[in-house]
Design a protein around this ligand. Structure first.
Ligand SMILES: [Zn+2]
Length: 257
């Protein structure tokens, strides 16, 4: 732990390391035992994140299953109150991640994700923020090629009272918009495409927002390294190929999908 802390204490890793909570957690479960176990695991994750000096634990809050969605949201919100109380004050934030909506997962829209936040926000023992996953937004019906990004940022500002998400998961995906399927591929290799990522990398509204790639790493992380190299080249390359969609299309189309 000391070695990790010392190696992440300086830029560029300082404040830029996150954990992802286990996917099996369900703070909104109808079954009290599952809900209690999820609370206990998340408290443990947050305290470990504090000890490691991580910026946050990213979380899929849970699923309504086949049950009532509003009741599930209320259970999830109450569970999060308990998590924050038991974990106590700490530097590691909780970041609620927008989901694809598969399997009744809560938080498939940004307003619904905000409904999981305890009502005493922002007076909480530790901060609670929002993580946008591009693949999840797309699968949940945010058409990022036709105004969906504008819509998403607008909803973050309106419902989360902040200018930008705390983290973006910069994944591409091969699935159709609105399909509610959660599949990730390297940036530029899916339905979102190269120009969407070029636009994101030059969008001044998220210039301070860290991007995280969640793709199969390949042997010795070679797929991640290749994706990073590609993103860096797109960030440094301001010229778009002739006939492609320009950055104005990315940022300027206000029509929600
Ligand atoms: Zn993600």
């Amino acid at each position: 732990m000391q070695r990790f802390r010392s190696q992440t204490r300086c830029p560029p890793l300082q404040g830029r390391c996150w954990a992802h909570a286990p996917y099996l957690l369900n703070l909104a479960s109808e079954q009290a035992q599952l809900r209690c176990q999820s609370i206990t695991v998340l408290v443990d994750e947050l305290q470990r994140a504090d000890a490691l000096g991580l910026a946050a634990v990213v979380l899929h809050a849970g699923s309504a299953g086949g049950g009532d969605r509003q009741e599930a949201l209320a259970r999830g919100r109450a569970a999060l109150v308990e998590v924050l109380a038991r974990a106590g004050e700490g530097n590691a934030a909780v970041l609620l991640e927008v989901t694809s909506g598969a399997g009744g997962h809560l938080g498939s829209t940004i307003p619904e994700l905000a409904a999981l936040v305890p009502r005493s926000y922002p007076r909480l023992p530790r901060s609670v923020g929002v993580c946008l996953d591009l693949a999840h937004l797309w699968a949940a019906g945010y058409d990022l090629l036709r105004g969906g990004w504008q819509r998403a940022l607008g909803e973050v500002q309106e419902h989360w009272l902040c200018e930008a998400p705390q983290v973006i998961h910069a994944n591409d995906t091969p699935v159709a918009c609105g399909s509610r399927r959660d599949r990730h591929v390297p940036p530029g290799e899916g339905a979102l495409g190269e120009n969407l990522f070029r636009g994101l990398l030059h969008d001044p509204r998220i210039s301070d927002t860290p991007l995280v790639i969640e793709i199969p790493p390949g042997k010795d992380n070679h797929l991640v390294a290749a994706a990073l190299e590609r993103l860096r080249s797109w960030r440094g390359d301001t010229a778009l190929p002739p006939g492609s969609r320009g950055r104005g299309d990315w940022a300027g189309d206000a029509d929600p999908c």
